[in-house]
Design a protein around this ligand. Structure first.
Ligand SMILES: C[S@@+](CC[C@H](N)C(=O)[O-])C[C@H]1O[C@@H](n2cnc3c(N)ncnc32)[C@H](O)[C@@H]1O
Length: 223
């Protein structure tokens, strides 16, 4: 997605924010099934700029949503698997992969809280805006996902470091890139922090005025 999102569908009653006390499966299923596509379907520009430098191999995308980033990876020659808790989102992603004839893109509906990857099998793990307004054990999931990386493989995360500039408050948990690097517990003997920074990204507020997002970008390479 180009992460315009949260605000873009806040107005229409049919796209109302689901109740906050739902289980993650119910919450996300309602988010996706309550509307047509909720994200743009395009790769996130920050993801594209970081990953375009890498040699294609196999990849896993955590919380892939409607699959925009996985489809882009497959178009770049990656064999990419997108995982998401919402069966509706995964269905849309599969339909789009078929429509574009992308054999390299596949998708599975899974709760990543109960997921164990095959150790040492992929070159890339991505997690883009893998953040939630309801329960999500992000750090534990990322740490498990990191075991899937082969030596030399990379974890790339792009996250909201702050609510959009126009939002007074926002229910999702924000991610500071420095905190995340610490939480992921990446001893220098095993991991190289290739990138850890916050980047502003221009965006248009719901009222049409200029605003910005702050993206936290983290790239870790397994030695
Ligand atoms: C903010 S969206 C980002 C979607 C996509 N990565 C993008 O950049 O457009 C977060 C995604 O995480 C998924 N998600 C939340 N909790 C999850 C869980 N426990 N297991 C798998 N996916 C989960 C949601 O369904 C949602 O698609």
């Amino acid at each position: 997605m180009t992460a315009h999102h949260h605000a873009s569908h806040a107005h229409a009653p049919s796209h109302a924010e689901p109740a906050p006390d739902l289980s993650p499966t119910e919450y996300w299923e309602q988010r996706y099934s309550g509307s047509e596509r909720i994200w743009s379907g395009k790769v996130n520009a920050t993801v594209a700029s970081v990953v375009a430098e890498l040699t294609p191999g196999t990849a896993i995308d955590l919380g892939c949503g409607e699959g925009g980033d996985v489809l882009w990876l497959a178009e770049q020659g990656w064999t990419a698997l997108g995982l998401d808790i919402s069966a509706t989102a995964v269905g849309r992603a599969r339909d789009e992969a078929a429509a574009r004839g992308l054999d390299g893109a596949s998708f599975e509906a899974v709760d990543l809280d109960a997921w164990q990857p095959e150790p040492g099998t992929v070159e890339l793990v991505t997690a883009n805006f893998f953040q939630s307004n309801v329960a999500l054990d992000r750090t534990a999931i990322l740490r498990r996902a990191m075991t899937a990386l082969r030596p030399g493989g990379r974890l790339v995360t792009v996250s909201h470091a702050a609510p959009p500039s126009w939002a007074k408050e926002h229910p999702a948990t924000m991610v500071s890139v420095q905190e995340e690097a610490v939480q992921l517990g990446t001893p220098a003997s095993e991991w190289v922090i290739e990138l850890a920074e916050e980047r502003p990204r221009a965006a248009t507020a719901p009222d049409g005025s200029a605003g910005e997002h702050r993206d936290a970008v983290l790239v870790l390479r397994r030695r």
